[in-house]
Design a protein around this ligand. Structure first.
Ligand SMILES: [Zn+2]
Length: 158
């Protein structure tokens, strides 16, 4: 049993809630026995406040979405409503960008729930999660590959 709830200011909130439910239904062939809650929280932005401006890429360090396990049986996903440009102006992410990011993070939620990812010493595809992170760029990590592979297909559920 998985309960997904929204927290914060969502565009098309009712539809967004249904969309998240549909993505979760799609991702799980069988519902887990334990009860899980996934909270999808909309934040104004996900700026890394302590990081300096990234001159190389000409942007502030920021995330579009985040997912982690907050507590036993409780997953927290955060979505950024805005991208912060170099002048610190907030640029709305479009609905397709938001739904794609939400799908991506819900794949990570599934990975947490199924125990595919976890503590940094958990073994993923024959190596610790830490080893993967030390030796591969972000988008080549196995759990990221799966999330990137599924996100556009899942976003068609919108
Ligand atoms: Zn990811």
């Amino acid at each position: 049993m998985i309960l997904t709830t929204l927290d914060g200011r969502f565009p098309s909130r009712t539809r967004f809630a249904r969309y998240c439910d549909d993505v979760v239904d799609f991702l799980f062939d069988t519902t887990p026995k334990k009860e899980w809650t996934i909270v999808v929280k909309m934040r104004r932005h996900l700026l890394h406040e302590n990081e300096p401006f990234d001159e190389v890429n000409d942007l502030f360090y920021q995330d579009g979405g985040l997912c982690w396990i907050e507590d036993d049986n409780y997953i927290l996903i955060e979505l950024a409503r805005n991208f912060v440009d170099r002048n610190r102006e907030l640029i709305h992410y479009s609905i397709p960008e938001l739904t794609t990011t939400a799908a991506h993070e819900l794949v990570h939620a599934k990975q947490w729930i199924e125990g595919y990812i976890g503590e940094s010493d958990i073994i993923v595809e024959g190596h610790t999660q830490n080893w993967w992170m030390e030796n591969h760029p972000h988008n080549e990590l196995p759990w990221e590959r799966e999330a990137y592979e599924l996100q556009s297909h899942l976003s068609e559920l919108w």
